[in-house]
Design a protein around this ligand. Structure first.
Ligand code: GUN
Ligand code: ZN
Length: 443
């Protein structure tokens, strides 16, 4: 048995601040001790409470002045879109055709997918993201490449092959039957390996026929352990197009619901323009939404209302939506979520933003029994945050009086530079100060 303890300030979320009193929603210890045994959390608490019970031979690593938190959970991201980050000048449908579809076609090549998967996962870890719900491309091999790389890093990651059988370049279209066969083959090949999970992944209603959506619903029903992951109600032009393509549907959600794609295992990216009625139906079904503020701002999609989703009782995680979103950092997303709130007349509390980036994401992905906070028994995916990573961060966090103020400064000024270390299941997976410069930049 291996046991190791880490001494620092500790913070994790315990409950949804929409539904719990503030004092029950999170736990913070200014001088805390985290004990990890065989990759799982054995204890989390105040140093003075936990240390006396620690077996005397346990090594203790002190991180003075640092903050330990759970790893971040990215509730919606596309690994093949790393190469379209920061594309200028368009909104969703034009952006897909101009930038995204050409980049995704390169994933027919396994060597390209392997290189992109390794870069992507290392970028997640550099940014403190330890779990994510990930879109591949239409190519089965894109998901093989990603799962192989995630297994090698022992990440808790959920991904799926994109299903799209129309309104896209021929090289990116599957059919009902090839989509079914590839999805079934991936579930069979990867089920139960490491900490991986599968998501049935129709891209969105525009690019899947009714027959393909029906197939997606059948595959999801046949495999109770898989998620359903798609986009919904992101952009007004997209919503109008879905209305034209599915004139009999009550609304966008109904397009999915009619095929058994709305349930407790569903995650819908965006929901920027969802009505109260649609959100309430999602809540009744147990479906979750992924709020992607950077993407929504860059593509000009609109302002998601966290208050509306909270009032309707929908579980909301936080997503980068790389490559429409412009950063891999969930810290940065917390800041972007705050700015979206400001534009919409809502003020996001920093601890609520932290909940979105950790436990809420784990809940949306149905992995909160394993990760999302550092409760004893959970997998020890955690971060060591450097509140003084830059001179300005040091100056501003140094003047902060509360953990909420510190978190807010981190969310506005922080990014990968603030992630000093990332641990996966108790094992050091990224150390900012030890990572050599990228080989691509310095051959
Ligand atoms: N809707 C359908 N596909 C996509 C995508 O790749 N990115 C975003 N942001 N929205 C989508
Ligand atoms: Zn997306």
């Amino acid at each position: 048995m291996t046991r190791h303890a880490y001494r620092a300030a500790l913070l994790h979320a315990l409950e949804d601040p929409c539904r719990a009193p503030a004092e029950a929603a999170w736990a913070y210890h200014e001088d805390g001790l985290l004990v990890v045994e065989d990759g799982h959390v054995a204890a989390f608490g105040a140093y003075t409470d936990v240390f006396p019970a620690l077996p005397p031979d346990t090594p203790v690593t002190p991180f003075p002045g640092k903050l330990i938190t759970p790893g971040f959970v990215d509730a919606h991201i596309h690994y093949p879109q790393t190469d379209v980050v920061a594309a200028w000048g368009s909104q969703l449908l034009d952006w897909l055709n101009t930038h995204t579809f050409p980049a995704e076609q390169a994933f027919a090549d396994r060597a390209h997918a392997d290189e992109a998967a390794a870069f992507f996962l290392d970028e997640l870890l550099r940014n403190g993201t330890t779990s994510a719900l990930v879109f591949g491309t239409v190519h089965k091999t894109s998901v093989d490449a990603l799962f192989e790389a995630a297994l090698a890093r022992d990440m808790r990651l959920i991904a799926g092959k994109v299903l799209m059988d129309r309104h896209a370049p021929a090289g990116l279209c599957d059919t009902v039957e090839t989509g079914r066969a590839d999805t079934e083959a991936l579930i069979r090949a990867w089920r139960g390996r490491g900490r991986l999970g599968y998501a049935v992944t129709p891209r969105f209603a525009v690019t899947s026929s009714d027959a393909q959506l029906a197939m997606a619903g059948q595959v999801a029903a046949a495999h109770p352990d898989v998620l359903i992951h798609t986009h919904m109600s992101e952009n007004l032009e997209e919503i109008a197009r879905v209305g034209e393509l599915f004139p009999d549907a009550r609304d966008y959600l109904d397009v999915y619901a009619r095929h058994g794609l709305v349930g407790p295992r569903s995650v819908f990216a965006h929901c920027v323009h969802s009505t109260d009625d649609a959100l309430r139906r999602m809540q009744r079904a147990g479906a979750a939404s992924a709020f992607c503020p950077s993407s929504n701002l860059l593509l000009g999609s609109g302002l998601f209302s966290l208050k509306q989703a909270c009032d309707c009782g929908v579980t909301v995680g936080l997503g980068t939506d790389i490559g429409a979103g412009a950063s891999f950092s969930l810290l940065h997303m917390m800041g972007e979520a705050y700015k979206v709130g400001q534009l919409g007349g809502e003020v996001l509390d920093p601890l609520h933003a932290f909940y979105l980036a950790t436990l809420a994401g784990a809940r949306a992905l149905k992995i909160d029994d394993q990760v999302g906070n550092l409760a004893p028994g959970k997998e020890a995916d955690f971060l060591v945050l450097d509140l003084a990573a830059t001179p300005l961060l040091a100056r501003r966090t140094g003047a902060a009086r509360t953990i909420a103020e510190q978190l807010f400064v981190l969310s506005i000024l922080g990014d990968d530079r603030a992630i000093e270390r990332t641990y996966l299941a108790g094992r050091l997976a990224h150390s900012r100060d030890r990572t050599p410069p990228s080989r691509a930049l310095y051959p």
